[in-house]
Design a protein around this ligand. Structure first.
Ligand SMILES: NC(=O)c1ccc[n+]([C@@H]2O[C@H](COP(=O)([O-])OP(=O)(O)OC[C@H]3O[C@@H](n4cnc5c(N)ncnc54)[C@H](OP(=O)(O)O)[C@@H]3O)[C@@H](O)[C@H]2O)c1
Length: 288
């Protein structure tokens, strides 16, 4: 059985999850793919940080060149976040003929095209399915199954933090501040939640979906972005009383005037499937 050797950069929420799943699902993955996957080394920032027990046998390092110079490594997984440093790392990895997997939506929304061209020039793959609605394999589907189809609309709940907050306001009657506090306690919101609650995270994901669905690269400035910070419990209640739910929706809609791009709180009729998506879960609706 071929053994695929992986170097991973970042061992936080996502990186440690990758290691855990590759371990726990080893037998299933081998059965499905005929391949075994081995994490050769993880590059991290703080070697003194306490790690979960299932990470104990992962070799750690702090120097990315250890991965780049190791010719036996097939894939580099970038899950450290940031834009400039991650871009630099991925460029070096692609130039070193390594396949790259990343979950970095900020980076892919801004430099995805450039990096995809670099990957192609070096005859290696750049994969970023986990950057948008990680549990929903939507990018691959748009890239392949929808290739000969005209997509008209993409509408989605693209940010779990804000959907959790809105669900808690709706179901538990919490104020925005109380619901945000609950999201932080559950680890769904960061200490500075700006990227999520002001809609920027969803906008990055919308830009990636738009590229896949319509073939258009859109800067964040082309997206009309409104977050959920200003929503009051009365707004949520009023929507509910009228038979609707308030959701933060990322919308890419082909109109007669061109593509309308927005991230904003929108009312969704309670019978619509997207209204049923509760808490931290995501959903993507494609009309074609
Ligand atoms: N969290 C999610 O639910 C989620 C979902 C989808 C996509 N993403 C994306 O996935 C990426 C990672 O997110 P995360 O939540 O896992 O982040 P995180 O928990 O903050 O983990 C970041 C990891 O990267 C390491 N790191 C940071 N800077 C580094 C550097 N310069 N060199 C080497 N290692 C460095 C950190 O090392 P230490 O451990 O030593 O500090 C840590 O292990 C981001 O691009 C994020 O947008 C996250």
């Amino acid at each position: 059985m071929k053994n695929v050797r992986i170097g991973i950069v970042g061992l936080g929420t996502v990186g440690s999850g990758v290691v855990r799943i590759l371990k726990e699902q080893q037998a299933l993955i081998a059965q499905q793919t005929g391949l075994s996957f081995e994490i050769v080394k993880a590059i991290i920032a703080n070697p003194d940080r306490e790690r979960a027990s299932y990470l104990k046998d992962v070799a750690l390092g702090t120097d990315i060149t250890q991965l780049l110079q190791d010719e036996s490594i097939d894939i580099i997984v970038e899950v450290m976040g940031s834009v400039a440093a991650a871009k630099d790392l991925i460029e070096q990895a692609l130039a070193a003929h390594k396949n790259v997997v990343t979950a970095n939506k900020d980076l892919i929304a801004q430099y995805g095209q450039e990096l995809a061209e670099l990957a192609m020039a070096n005859n290696v793959a750049l994969r970023y399915e986990a950057s948008v609605a990680g549990g929903i394999p939507i990018l691959q589907i748009l890239r392949t199954a929808y290739k000969a189809d005209q997509v008209h609309t993409i509408a989605g709940i693209l940010n779990g933090t804000t959907n959790f907050i809105l669900t808690q306001m709706d179901e538990q009657g919490l104020t925005y501040d109380q619901a945000l506090k609950a999201a932080k306690e559950k680890g769904f919101a960061e200490s500075d939640p700006t990227n999520d609650v002001d809609g920027f995270d969803a906008a990055y994901k919308l830009a990636i979906l738009t590229k896949m669905a319509f073939g258009l690269s859109v800067p964040q400035s082309a997206i009309d972005i409104t977050g959920i910070r200003e929503l009051a419990i009365d707004d949520v209640k009023a929507a509910r009383a009228a038979g609707y739910e308030l959701k933060l929706i990322g919308l890419s809609d082909l109109t007669d005037e061109g593509l309308r791009l927005a991230v904003a709180p929108m009312v969704v009729h309670e019978n619509q499937p997207i209204a049923q998506i509760r808490n931290e879960h995501n959903a993507v609706l494609v009309k074609s």
